[in-house]
Design a protein around this ligand. Structure first.
Ligand SMILES: Cc1cc2nc3c(=O)[nH]c(=O)nc-3n(C[C@H](O)[C@H](O)[C@H](O)COP(=O)(O)OP(=O)(O)OC[C@H]3O[C@@H](n4cnc5c(N)ncnc54)[C@H](O)[C@@H]3O)c2cc1C
Length: 389
């Protein structure tokens, strides 16, 4: 335990997925996950909307989603244990982005990128949207972009737990402690210091600390532009069923999707500052928001707000994209951070890519080099244009 090969800081879905892949690719590798809160009360992986889409504008994100959906469909084969089958309740009704006339050109551009990358996405006009979704008001909508397959939602905490359980069944240790320091030279990390007083020397260290990734990077003198960006999710009940309801993204910015017999919905926050307390911001639920929902879905004029929760996006303020791979100078410090609200769906692919990078020097299953740390140093943002809320 005192000398693992790899220490992973944080055991949310990213840490757990990385640990799973490392020990699957190299059985016997000694991997320790250090986790400060084994209840995961504030972890993004517990508070996620856990949806998956193919509709990104960066091809690398589409590749990660293509891997992600294939993995989710076969989650039990990958992660099931004899006494713990895995059922993620995956549903695939698609994402539907709606555009008003002035947004239609952007949707056309995104569509071109997505279809060239092999995503199964269709552009639909009012005449096609009306019969498909009779409960939806599209009078002011010029175009909708619908994922025909590979898009929907799943039980994210169940995926997180399944990665953890399987990783531990493969020999990964989880230590309940807080990482408080990284002993390092100019070229590598020597040991991970723990709040309990001990330290772990190791060959490689992974920063999988989610919204707290910048704090962990700073322990090695590294600046990582990740902020804990609070997002509130409202749970609504609607008096009428909305058959075939996809994950809807309104031109005004809010999103909504079914969750069991309820709906969940969120929007870009009114108040944004890093690290706000994890309490729902009820001021986001106002008459304007209600009117906007009821305009789009007239049945929602009679909605009820059942409850709300808040979680942190681990927002990369540089370009809204993940950072995956080693630090260019501190060669044994690896990142899997900054997924900016789309990490749950990318965890399987990102964990594999990072594990390959750590074990073989590069990711071979899918190219993720564009997400490497270098772009931060050389001020070369890789901007994802379709960031939700
Ligand atoms: C409201 C909301 C909606 C979302 N919707 C979606 C969605 O629809 N689809 C999607 O794909 N993604 C979505 N996401 C994003 C997704 O949930 C995250 O990208 C993902 O969960 C990040 O996982 P993580 O492991 O990096 O972080 P976390 O789950 O936060 O895990 C990090 C862990 O590190 C631990 N830690 C931190 N610092 C230390 C330390 N110093 N020592 C020890 N442990 C430490 C923390 O305790 C925590 O458990 C959403 C997120 C939120 C909040």
């Amino acid at each position: 335990m005192n000398h693992p090969d790899v220490v992973i800081v944080g055991s949310g879905v990213m840490g757990a997925a990385t640990a799973y892949w490392l020990t699957r690719l190299q059985p016997g590798l000694r991997v320790t996950l250090v986790e400060s809160d084994t209840r995961y009360a504030q972890a993004s992986s517990s508070l996620s909307a856990s949806s998956i889409r193919q509709q990104f504008t960066c091809p690398v994100n589409i590749r990660l989603s293509q891997f992600g959906i294939a993995f989710l469909r076969e989650a039990d084969e990958h992660l099931g244990l004899p006494d713990h089958p895995v059922d993620l309740g995956l549903q695939e009704p698609g994402y539907l982005y709606l555009a008003q006339p002035e947004q239609a050109a952007a949707l056309h551009t995104a569509h071109q990128i997505q279809t060239s990358a092999g995503a199964d996405v269709a552009l639909l006009g009012q005449d096609e949207l009306r019969p498909r979704y009779p409960w939806l008001n599209v009078d002011d909508v010029a175009l909708g972009s619908l994922g025909l397959s590979g898009e929907g939602w799943f039980d994210g905490p169940a995926l997180h737990q399944a990665f953890l359980r399987k990783a531990m069944a493969q020999g990964v240790q989880r230590l309940h402690d807080r990482v408080v320091g990284l002993d390092h030279t100019d070229t590598h990390i020597r040991a991970v210091r723990l709040a309990s007083g001990g330290s772990l020397s190791c060959r490689q260290v992974v920063n999988a600390a989610g919204p707290w990734g910048a704090e962990v990077a700073a322990m090695a003198g590294v600046q990582l532009p990740i902020e804990a960006a609070r997002r509130t999710v409202f749970v609504l009940s609607c008096p009428e069923p909305l058959p075939g309801c996809p994950l809807l993204i309104d031109p005004s910015g809010w999103w909504l999707r079914p969750e069991g017999r309820f709906l969940i919905s969120g929007a870009e926050p009114l108040l944004s500052a890093p690290g706000l307390p994890l309490e729902p911001d009820w001021s986001e639920w106002n008459d304007t928001q209600w009117a906007s929902l009821a305009h789009r879905i007239p049945a929602l004029a009679a909605l009820r707000v059942e409850r709300a929760w808040a979680g942190y996006y681990e927002m990369n303020s540089f370009d809204h994209n993940a950072v995956i791979g080693p630090h260019p100078a501190l060669g044994n410090l690896f990142f899997i951070n900054g997924f900016s609200g789309h990490g749950m769906q990318h965890a399987a692919g990102a964990g594999l890519a990072l594990a390959e990078w750590m074990l073989q020097g590069k990711s071979t299953t899918m190219a993720v080099d564009e997400l490497g740390f270098e772009r931060l140093l050389h001020n070369r943002p890789l901007r994802e244009l379709q960031v939700i809320g």
